[in-house]
Design a protein around this ligand. Structure first.
Ligand code: PMP
Length: 381
């Protein structure tokens, strides 16, 4: 039996068509994009094509996009550079308490350097109220950080409302759109953001490449220094094949996003309905409707999530408790704790994220196994 992969929020496999588009850039067209010769020019042209594709998808202009190694770099770049540029104006930042660690990490560092950060908790349904973000604003606020969708519970956040608020107040707004790009429509003009981060391995592109949107006119000094690449805004030899792959992945998502989302939502709803009906100790985490089309996230009382994930792994199904980035860390998820879950419920969690190639049969097998493992776990406890 082929392994069943239900952990698309952690990483999606590279689409074979993406790999095909990347292939020449490892071989006959493997020039350095900063070189003057033909291979260098070909690489530069391919990068600019990918930049245009991405810019068009999110409603930006190509010069507003820089390519990065992924969303962690994009978030670090936006936060440290905005803080550096604006520290004379104020040293207060607002973030939701359920941001990804690549946002929280830089913010903790800035706190050590004298910045103040207000962390706004979500409501019990995982949604951060824009009124709560508004109440946290101060005259010295320079930056607001709010993810588009949470990577654990899949909840969609009110980025448009918060973006309008930030624009009115003249405060920079960073949106981590890592979980939404390629899955649902994202438009930087509608969101009114100044920075938006993304990562190709979440939408069937390669790992280790992403992009940061920086709105024209926004002060954002380079973060990685030592070369003139990306018009002096990000040093380092371009990951040409990776960037080309990102562009191809974007084209594919654009063509099949609505179809993929509809199909995935049917599978997701099947998982949610089955679990809530058949596993008495289960609760759904996150808002029932305002969530990513591919995400189902549960807590089970009396069941250890780590053991459940391992048991399912042995049965050939890849799922997770929440974020792959925090697997192996002791303690409950900061997202579930911020929503008010007890330690027991937070430690009994399971994230199921379906994808482009998930079938009905995959879900049937997974649900059978899940029911069995939960029954075994309950009778052992
Ligand atoms: N933000 C979110 C919401 C994510 O889900 C992830 C990946 N788990 C990241 C940032 C980091 O992305 P990358 O792996 O590209 O560094």
């Amino acid at each position: 039996m082929r392994p069943i992969y239900l952990d698309h929020a952690a990483s999606t496999a590279c689409d074979p068509r993406v790999l095909e588009a990347m292939r020449p850039f490892f071989f006959e067209q493997s020039g350095n994009a900063s070189s003057p010769h033909k291979q260098g020019r070909q690489a530069r042209k391919a990068i600019e094509d990918a930049r245009e594709t991405l810019a068009a998808l999110i409603g930006a202009v190509p010069t507003e996009i820089i390519f990065t190694s992924g969303a962690s770099e994009g978030n670090n770049h936006a936060i440290f550079s905005a803080a550096r540029a604006l520290k004379g104006k104020g040293k207060h930042i607002i973030a939701s308490a359920i941001e990804h660690h690549s946002v929280l990490g830089p913010l903790h560092r800035l706190e050590q350097d004298g910045f103040q950060v207000s962390y706004v908790k979500p409501k019990a349904d995982g949604i951060v109220a824009h009124e709560d973000m508004r109440s946290a604003l101060r005259p010295d606020t320079i930056l607001v950080c709010l993810q588009h969708a949470n990577n654990e519970i899949g909840t969609l956040q009110p980025v448009n409302e918060v973006g309008r608020l930030c624009r009115e107040r003249g405060v920079y707004f960073l949106v981590d759109a890592t979980q939404t790009i390629g899955h649902i429509p994202v438009n930087v003009k509608d969101i009114c953001c100044d920075f938006l981060s993304l990562s190709a391995h979440k939408f069937y592109g390669p790992q280790g490449v992403g992009a940061l949107y920086i709105r024209q006119g926004v002060e954002c000094p380079a973060f990685i220094l030592g070369g003139d690449q990306e018009r002096g805004r990000r040093a380092g030899t371009h990951n040409v094949a990776g960037i080309v792959g990102s562009g191809e992945a974007i084209k594919l998502c654009k063509a099949q996003m609505s179809g993929d989302a509809l199909r995935e939502a049917v599978l997701r709803d099947r998982v949610i309905d089955f679990v809530l009906k058949n596993i008495p100790s289960a609760v759904l985490n996150g808002h029932r409707e305002k969530r990513l089309p591919n995400n189902a996230h549960f807590s089970f009382s009396g069941i250890n999530g780590e053991e459940l994930v391992s048991a399912l792994d042995l049965a050939g199904v890849a799922v997770s408790m929440g974020s792959a980035c925090t697997w192996g860390q002791l303690g409950p998820s900061h997202v579930l704790k911020a929503m008010g879950l007890s330690d027991e419920m937070a430690l009994g969690s399971l994230r199921v994220t379906v994808g482009r190639w998930t079938t009905d049969e995959d879900i049937t097998y997974f649900l059978e196994q899940l029911k069995l493992k939960c029954k075994n776990a309950s009778s052992n406890s």
